[in-house]
Design a protein around this ligand. Structure first.
Ligand code: HEC
Length: 132
């Protein structure tokens, strides 16, 4: 007689594999970016005009999903999988302005690509409001 019945071995393997899948799914899915792109600095000047422009553009293009305080709780946020993230979370800014700019440009899942929806200058203007 084998040490462990085949059925138990199969059961254990199925359990291990499925828990691994769950772990991977629970992790924030990484959104890789090239370090060169992340190094880009915001070319827009930080002043009253760009801040005003950034706020206007944010409420026009981003607020429905990311929310008025950018907490990821806009009116249409919960209809989406994954939910729009909290843009005030420091981890979003780990890769600097260039990283956020690139993700905004490309989009992913229900996050639209803003490459053609708004100009490059307008994308940087939105980022100005988070300048610190
Ligand atoms: C239709 C809903 C929607 C709109 C509109 C939208 N987003 Fe998003 N956004 C999302 C979702 C959903 C994700 C998560 C995508 C993913 O992780 O696959 C996301 C992710 C992001 C990220 C990546 C954050 C991270 O995890 O590093 C940034 C930055 C971002 N959005 C900025 C913006 C900005 C700025 C605007 C407006 C110009 C905008 N988004 C408009 C839904 C939206």
């Amino acid at each position: 007689m084998p040490l462990l019945p085949k059925k138990i071995v199969t059961c254990v393997i199925v359990f291990l594999v499925s828990s691994m899948v769950c772990l991977v799914a629970a992790e924030k899915i990484v959104w890789p970016i090239s370090p060169i792109k992340a190094k880009k600095k915001n070319p827009v000047e930080y002043d009253a005009s760009s801040i005003g422009q950034g706020k206007k553009l944010y409420s026009q293009w981003c607020m429905t999903c990311h929310g008025s305080g950018a907490k990821g709780d806009g009116p249409s946020a919960y209809a989406q999988t994954p939910h729009p993230p909290d843009l005030t979370d420091p981890s979003v800014w780990n890769e600097g302005d260039g990283g956020v700019y690139w993700r905004m440009t490309e989009g992913r899942e229900s996050m639209p690509s803003f490459k053609t929806l708004i100009t490059s200058k307008q994308r940087w203007e939105i980022l100005i409001i988070y300048d610190r």
